[in-house]
Design a protein around this ligand. Structure first.
Ligand code: MSP
Length: 500
């Protein structure tokens, strides 16, 4: 049976339209999911929306809509974003769905255990940032400002149900120490370990100060103050909802590889594991934290900070795969990066239009001219074969170095271009088998390049395939000399046009 692989993005707040930061996370996760499909694994890739909470309620009020109408409208933009950018999710979870409520209630009951478990009633006092939907302790703040949004926070106090997170500190520490890949990259792991040197506090898991949330499923909480779930307990559980929890079929895919931004690692690396430990559910395989996409001037792109790049507008100006390629290639996965259209254009013009586009175009033109539009008999030259380091690409993908995997694939593209320049096929017309071997080598290499690029640039890969006249391949087809001689090639077309 094929190995199963479960990967998730965070679920976005639909408090405004999606921006490039949201897209970045989806494109990276999509490429990893597609890579695992290429390996023949059974993949479940989930993304979605975190639709409850005070922030959404306030935004809905501002636009004079009910929260339901507001999120329904916003959700269209996120779904459209996924469609436009070829995000191949298997499930799009919305926390307002009935199936999700069933999963959250089940988790609650596992923690509550009829009042004998890890949840107790009390009051909670702390500094509340409604942008993060998170209570902070004074020690986490500088000048009483939110560490993520930089806004001045006020002390809030409410009656609440609390979760005994402190009880799980030692178990969590042991798990992190025993599993070096539980939190990646390393810097984030170090950060969490250092924060865990301080004692863990119990956390509030219900709210009474607003009502846009799922109600706690116990009579006493409904009768007195109408407690709704703390939005993070609600949101984190989406990772179980999507694979069918509470039905035991969820075990087919659990545990997950979570891809999230570095601003929400505490929630994913500490709160989520403690909730799971209490519920008796296995911990996630890995939480990988990526960096922030910043504006040209270096500000984190976010709706609350103001300046954002709208991916829908970008899609009108640049080919989808150019933006995908840029996001994946430009920023080492795990680090921050500044986005600029100039840098996108430079990469598109040189690497996509010049290097990849010209390789395909020159090959197609020569196949048409010297081989009557058919793949000739031939064998791929040893030297060119050696220029492809497939093992290295696989290693990069295993350690989620997406930019390095792409760099390695493009090293092979460069080698194929150099091979044309060195062999000068046009001088060999009518001089025996050598020309056939060269043209075969080029077409065979492009077939492999197309397979390797398919997770990152799916529609470009399809275009290369249809020009070469071949079907989409799996990673096991990325071997030389599998191209069938006699295959009729398709129509030659420009892959990427240069931008001014
Ligand atoms: N709803 C919570 C996540 C709950 S997951 C159980 C949330 N939503 S968010 O809309 O604020 O962010 C969604 C994801 O997008 C997060 O992983 C966040 O880090 C990421 N990004 C938001 N802005 C970003 C950038 N400017 N750059 C890269 N990713 C960033 O947090």
């Amino acid at each position: 049976m094929a190995q199963s692989f479960f990967i998730t993005t965070a679920i976005d707040y639909p408090s405004g339209r999606p921006h490039l930061g949201h897209l970045y996370e989806k494109v990276c996760t999509d490429s990893i999911a597609r890579w695992h499909r290429l390996l023949g694994e059974t993949v479940h890739f989930s993304t979605g929306l975190d639709e409850h909470g005070e922030k959404i309620q306030r935004k809905a009020e501002e636009s004079e809509k009910s929260p339901e109408d507001f999120v329904n409208e916003m959700s269209k933009h996120f779904l459209e974003l996924c469609k436009t950018y070829d995000i191949s999710y298997d499930d799009f979870v919305r926390t307002t769905e009935k199936r999700h409520e069933a999963a959250v209630d089940d988790i609650f009951h596992k923690l509550w255990r009829n009042g004998k478990g890890d949840i107790y009633k009390g009051t909670y006092e702390g500094y509340y940032c409604f942008e993060c939907e998170t209570y902070y302790l004074e020690r986490d703040l500088t000048n009483k400002k939110c560490p993520v949004h930089g806004k001045l926070l006020l002390k809030a106090k409410e009656n609440t149900y609390l979760f005994k997170m402190s009880k799980y500190q030692d178990k969590l520490l042991k798990h992190i120490n025993k599993n070096p890949d539980f939190i990646l990259p390393r810097e984030r792991r170090t950060e969490i370990l250092s924060r865990l040197k301080e004692p863990l506090h119990d956390i509030s898991i219900s709210r009474t100060l607003f009502n846009w949330g799922l109600p706690l499923p116990i009579e006493e909480a409904r009768e007195q103050e109408k407690h709704v779930y703390y939005v993070w307990l609600d949101a984190l559980t989406n990772y179980l909802t999507t694979i069918g929890y509470p039905d035991s079929k969820y075990k087919k895919f659990w545990p997950a590889l979570h891809i999230v931004g570095k601003d929400i690692i505490w929630h994913h690396c500490v709160i989520w594991p403690c909730l799971l430990l209490s519920a008796g559910i296995e911990l996630p395989k890995t939480i990988f934290a990526h960096g922030f996409i910043r504006t040209e001037s270096g500000e984190k792109m976010s709706k609350s900070a103001g300046e954002v790049v709208d991916p829908a507008q970008l899609a009108e100006k640049y080919p989808i795969d150019a933006t995908r390629y840029f996001l994946l290639r430009e920023f080492p996965f795990g680090e921050d990066g500044n986005f600029s259209e100039e840098a996108l254009k430079t990469r598109m013009n040189s690497e996509l239009a010049n290097d990849l586009g010209n390789l395909l175009n020159r090959t197609m033109v020569m196949l048409g001219k010297y081989s009557s539009g058919k793949i000739p008999e031939g064998e791929t030259g040893r030297k060119l074969q050696k220029a492809l380091d497939l093992a290295r690409i696989q290693r990069h993908m295993k350690s989620l170095e997406l930019n390095n995997a792409l760099a390695e694939i493009f090293r092979f593209v460069a080698a194929a271009n150099a091979y044309i320049n060195e062999t000068e096929p046009w001088t060999l017309v009518g001089k025996g088998k050598e020309l056939g071997n060269i043209l075969y080598s080029l077409a065979d290499s492009l077939r492999i390049i197309s397979i390797l690029l398919s997770p990152f640039m799916p529609s470009t890969s399809e275009k290369i395939n249809s020009q070469l006249g071949v079907k989409a391949g799996m990673l096991s087809d990325a071997k030389f000399n599998l191209l069938k001689a006699g295959t009729k090639i398709g129509k030659a077309e420009i892959l990427f046009r240069k931008a001014e």
